[in-house]
Design a protein. Sequence first.
Length: 133
Amino acid sequence: GGMIRPGFGVGEVNFGSSAEQLESAWGPPQSRSDEGGKTRYTYSGEGGEPDFQVVLEAGVLVEIDVLSPHFSVENHPELALGVSAEKVREELGNPSHDSGTGLDYRDQGLYFGFGSRGCELVRIYVPKIGGAP
């Protein structure tokens, strides 16, 4: 498996990377879409299920959604897809926001999304510094 590094990136890919740097690390994405100033790349694994979705804003990487169970949060090997919300709270404490379907740790730039099978998405993003929403 690989490491999700909150505040920094995933595996060998780091926030602030250009599209060229991203593609030299992970190759070209299986699909890409433009969403008003942002570009979303989807990387699919074996079987065609998405492993990662990444968002570039102004040409640099600002967000990574991890949809592959083979990656866990650095120093927290149990925090990966399938983990329970209770376990996330046990490991990281109370989140800055609990939407009922997601736990958001804004100071770390780390978000866990939940569905019927536990955690279905681990998102890391450039941490929100200061009091901005």
